[in-house]
Design a protein around this ligand. Structure first.
Ligand SMILES: [Cu+2]
Length: 155
């Protein structure tokens, strides 16, 4: 009886440790674009770092501040900048960082419920295939924060 109890206790410990090991996502420089009144969309940007040993995938996002939040990609197709929704989500490879930034991957807040003032905090819940739900606080700004602006100067 006693051994059996110890056995299940150990199993529980292993499961808890396992859960922590997969919880290896770090979010940096989270910001949303401050919007004028009646804006139809607002971009959300964040660096997602996966320090774990397995890749994960951002599958969806939501926020109280908007009707819905989509995961988008912007890229040049010929001379034209095109934007599309990533319906399969966005893979965050093991040991790597993915930068959501203007002109690239981004979150799109569709139909913001109120205008988003500079300096305001907007909580966006990011849902990952393995790590589950993570609430991330985004700060509203008109321009990218300094660190993100520097990495954007790559031409
Ligand atoms: Cu978009």
């Amino acid at each position: 009886m006693r051994l059996h109890f110890l056995g299940s206790l150990l199993l529980t410990l292993v499961l808890v440790t396992g859960a922590q090991a997969s919880d290896s996502l770090v979010f940096n420089n989270a910001w949303v674009r401050a919007t004028p009144p009646n804006a139809k969309v607002a971009g959300g940007f964040v660096q997602i770092r996966n320090s774990g040993k397995t890749s994960d995938r951002l599958v969806s996002a939501s926020s109280e501040a908007a009707e819905r939040v989509e995961i988008h990609e912007m890229k040049m197709v010929g001379d034209v900048m095109q934007m599309r929704q990533l319906t399969e989500g966005l893979v965050i490879p093991a040991g790597q960082s993915v930068q959501l930034k203007p002109g690239s991957y981004h979150l799109m807040l569709m139909a913001p419920k109120k205008s988003i003032a500079e300096g305001q905090k907007v909580s966006i819940t990011l849902v990952f295939e393995k790590a589950g739900k993570r609430a991330v606080e985004f700060t509203a700004a008109k321009q990218p924060p300094v660190a993100a602006a520097e990495t954007a100067h790559n031409h």
